[in-house]
Design a protein around this ligand. Sequence first.
Ligand code: CP
Ligand code: NVA
Length: 334
Amino acid sequence: MNYWYQKSLLRLSDHPQEEVLNLLLLATRLKAEKKKGIEDPLLFGKNIALIFEKSSTRTRCAFEVAAADQGAHCTFLTSQDTHFGSKESLHDSAQVLGRMYDAIGYRGFEQQHLATIAKEAGVPVYNALTDLDHPTQMLADLLTMREHSDKPLNELSFAYLGDARFNMGNSLLLMGALMGIDVRIAAPRQYQPHQQIVAHANTLAQKSGAKLTITEDPLQAVRGVDFVHTDVWLSMGEDEDAWNERIEHLMPYRVTPELMKLAGEQAKFMHCLPSYHDRKTNAGNAFFEQKKLVGVEVAHNVFSSPNSIVFDQAENRMHTIKALLVATLTKEAL
Ligand code: CP
Ligand code: NVA
């Protein structure tokens, strides 16, 4: 029996390391089959509801393309299109959707809302990003790291720099702890993961052998790592007025060519995207006007360097989400 059948993915760290690896194997197989044009659609007749209370390019498109490739159908809903949580409780809406759909993807703010939907819907529910966690991103990041390194997981290392108390910092710490990786998180103290998350990560690390470092020193964090990750300094749903303060606090954690040099020439740059890496966004342009630097959380010349693997990462969102759909919706998938 396939472990993932009918399971939800609320957080990657809810699941065993071995089963995460199985999911990655499936993603690798599906990716190769799609590239060869020999993909076998296994999800005919399945319907998937996507409820997104925040905007998205990659995650939404990854779900929609993955489902279409496999013969399934998606309904995309934003909070404006539904009664979700306003005219109807989450409990009732989740029960209704669970009667019509085979699975639900949810992007929102509160992890608790996601948990409520999963409890009430009675079908697999996927976390398409909350303020706390971004597990489908973790599947893509893991696949991408494995594609770009021959090392076994227990010899792999990555650093994450910047705002580490939001979804990406939390998820990367927990994912690395689950998978037995050498994880270095560098952020000012007030931007480090919450104590509860650190405790959870330490428990996972005891089992997996992961090495966890949480530091205020970005130079110490990046030295010799295989991958340097970052994320935007102001996440969806946060107050735009916080920009100036964020810039002031997080400037030492900006991923620059100097920092990448310190990491070593083997180090690859990763970013979940979207990124303010140039002047073609409002935030990127405002930052340039203020600091005369191109790229906020990452310098443009790092983002566009040969060591940047951000678009491989973005493509892998689709292959890994496809594996998740196939594994959770078909009994014999793995
Ligand atoms: N990385 C990611 O989740 O991107 P979107 O916000 O475009 O879905
Ligand atoms: N931390 C970012 C991630 C986007 C994929 C956000 O929540 O906006």
